[in-house]
Ligand binder design. Sequence first.
Ligand code: SAM
Ligand code: SF4
Length: 339
Amino acid sequence: MTASSAPLVDPYGRRVKDLRISVTDRCNFRCTYCMPEEGMKWLPRNEVLTYEELARVATLCVDRFGFEAIRITGGEPTIRSHLSRLVEMLSRLDVDLAMTTNGVKLPELAHDLAAAGLRRVNISLDSLRRDVFHRLTRRDDLHRVLAGVDAALDAGLTPVKVNCVVMRGVNDDEVVDLAAFGRDKGVGMRFIEFMPLDGDDSWSMADVVPAQEILDRIDAVFPLVRGTGGEVAGGAEPADTYRYADGAGDVGVIASVTQPFCGDCDRVRLTAEGRFRTCLFALDEHDLRPVLRGGLAAGELDDALAAAIEAAVGTKWAGHSIGRVEFVRPPRSMSQIGG
Ligand code: SAM
Ligand code: SF4
């Protein structure tokens, strides 16, 4: 927080300080848990916020409200042209600047992004088996993602974290192998419970592997320091993170379904077309694009944006209700929201 910024606090007393910016709804993969194979309707280009518009909202969140973390995401952020231009604009802000990516384009881009000021990346990798990877992502690109992990390490985008969505009967038998991969490479694996945001709308509770089960499986092979002292402070992370007892790094689980962390939620999201969202599962969105494109002068524009953001945060709910009868699935997939 600077002297001139004031914290943004939601109706449940949680300070909001983490902004996830989706730079595109498009993607070069079609992961089964995120998008249907065909039939996605992409946003027309003129409806997607420009880098200047995205940076304006991000800068306001930092300057006025003291945000501490910005995550670039999508869709797949690296397929938007000249992404390093946005990174360079955001790198002027005093925040933890990270990106979530499927990693495929990192061999070409990692060094440029690091030079532009990106600090670290989370790379999605759900399987080390070529056939499973291909089936899950609908692309035969495992080798390129593995090269992307190496490129991120080489470019110093560290600590590199690797996200894995665990699905029962699909890749849950690889949890220990992926943990071993993380230990060998020096990257922190983050195992994510499968959430009902898939493009095919086929999610069921039976597909979810509880985080506790994931930890138990890893602990049986690579003992973890559990209980007091084992958990690593998460910072902006929703993951419960544990150290390996032998000192070979850490591993985290994101138990969004079985142990929601809504009570500690400090994040908000901006979709590629400028909708401000106060929860991954929110049903309401707050459209900032008419404000951004309304022809206001700079000072008035920032005041109007700040007022819209404050009003939106005033509607942030206590938490989602996945698994309960009252749960209503948002009408968008993860790629359209910006995961
Ligand atoms: N394309 C980038 C990627 O895959 O990392 C960034 C966007 S993606 C929507 C962000 C994260 O959301 C990824 O780690 C992905 O695995 C995760 N994700 C997507 N759909 C999910 C779902 N239904 N449940 C849990 N995580 C999901
Ligand atoms: Fe694309 Fe990421 Fe969604 Fe996979 S999870 S389809 S890589 S946006």
